[in-house]
Design a protein around this ligand. Structure first.
Ligand code: TYD
Length: 138
């Protein structure tokens, strides 16, 4: 897996003078079935979330409100995606290190996940992540 496997996906946007509407359907707008949805909010200025990788979990992250950056890292290269609109999101495949930062005041990040919560699926130590990504390349 490398950083080029992470990608911005544009969502349908139904524009309406009454207010806009966007949609996510599993296996249609995003390439997996949704097992879990969680959201991150009330983030104090300067805080960093999500410094870890997943062995199996794929996810799709949308800034429903405000803005933040998602930095993805494959152990060799890093790429920063700025999310600040609710009609697109970032698809993050399994096996990439990712971190969320630069949260604006009142930002709201929704994360759609391909798995239920499994602590065993986390790789929380960056050195372990580097070792696992190296092992996969051999
Ligand atoms: P974590 O995923 O480490 O947060 P982040 O990566 O955004 O900084 O989760 C923080 C805590 O919440 C951790 O103790 C695990 C718990 N948690 C659940 O119990 N269920 C969940 O679905 C998630 C995402 C986290």
């Amino acid at each position: 897996m490398d950083i080029f496997d992470a990608k911005i996906i544009n969502l349908p946007k139904i524009e309406d003078p009454r207010g806009n509407l966007s949609i996510i359907e599993e296996e249609k707008n995003i390439p997996f079935k949704i097992e879990r949805t969680y959201w991150i909010y009330d983030v104090p200025g300067g805080q960093i979330r999500g410094g870890h990788a997943f062995k199996e979990q794929q996810e799709f992250i949308v800034a429903l409100s405000g803005s933040f950056d998602v930095v993805v890292d494959d152990g060799k290269q890093k790429k920063t995606f700025s999310l600040n609109r609710s009609y697109y999101g970032l698809y993050v495949p399994a096996g990439l290190w990712r971190q969320m930062e630069n949260f604006s005041t009142n930002s709201l990040a929704i994360v759609l996940s391909s798995t239920v919560f499994l602590e065993d699926d986390y790789i929380r130590e960056y050195d372990d992540f580097l070792k696992l990504s190296d092992d996969k390349k051999e």
